[in-house]
Design a protein around this ligand. Sequence first.
Ligand code: FEO
Length: 399
Amino acid sequence: MYCYREIAENLYWIGGNDRRIALFENVYPVPEGVSYNSYLLLDEKTVLLDTVDRAVSEVFFENLTALLQGRALDYLIVNHMEPDHAATMAEVVLRWPGVKIVCNTKIQGMIGQFFDFDLTERFITVGEGDTLPAGRHTFRFLMAPMVHWPEVMMTYEETMQILFSADAFGTFGALSGHIFADQTAFRMDEARRYYTNIVGKYGAQVQAVLKKAAGLRITMICPLHGPVFRRDLEVLLEKYDRWSRYQPEDQAVLIAYASVYGNTQNAAELLAARLAEQGAPEIRLYDVSVTHPSYLIAEAFRCSHLVFASTTYNAGVFVPMENLLRDLAAHNIQNRTVALLENGSWAPTAGSLMKGLLEKCKNMTFLGDPVSIRSAVKAEQAAAIEALAGQLVQSLRAD
Ligand code: FEO
């Protein structure tokens, strides 16, 4: 049965929620599920903005069919070709053969890559600043390459001043009836985890889009995942500005440790205790073996100071820690103060190897040499850990 929601006059959310999915993009845990948002405007023309993942196509078509009430579908605006939004467009075309596909040339190329049918006759090609009148409403198009794929564009509706932002401003988590963020228990942590993992690598491109958005009056942001925003937009925009400039949000210490038998964990716990005693405002300790990297990527984007503690394993860095550090570098983490601890019973190498991985990142400040432990913390290393805590607290206060 259809269950669309009207979010503005004649504008409807017609997406769906997937609560069975374990891993979004087959990599990111989504314990609260995920929503795939699609929007429909009913004006002199009927305009669909993006489609949905196959997982929710049934309710999507029920929503679309119920709202059209036998009218033709005039336009499908395609902002992003990733299959979680575009997989269902083939069936839209089959059901409404007269529909025109409004998109840029890169999207047209990707349609040809994903699908076998020829849509050439149906394309309305748009570029930066082009407009599409639909009656009382007019859509304007903004190119947003690499937010999150190269073909991405955003669509701005001029009458209602609504930005359809594609993946940008998305949040993990299914919707529960309410569509607006101000009506839900909005999870900034899940918005952060979504942004940093999905788009985090492309800060420069996000900055370019934010500059375009600054020139628009925006009353509502409609992303392709998670709730719609109509209040306190400046809060979210400020977060995006900070995340995309790779500036930390909080003076906080993230300690991520990789430990086989608990001795490296002990070193990390000792550091946390000494930090607390010396007045560190916030300390977060995580075991990388049991914490999905997506949560640690998000925390690394939030925290100003990062500590990595790893045992040496096969003459290298313990596997979950190496994965995390490579993932952080791939997401372009920058501008952080970093401290390292290593452990090794006969040839500790994890410290220098971790440093080598993080030196690829821009503007990382390393606090001294790695604290090196042989099997278990002894008095000498405990003193080094206390000294490191002092350096970190001094740095936290100086920033
Ligand atoms: Fe939600 Fe880049 O797709």
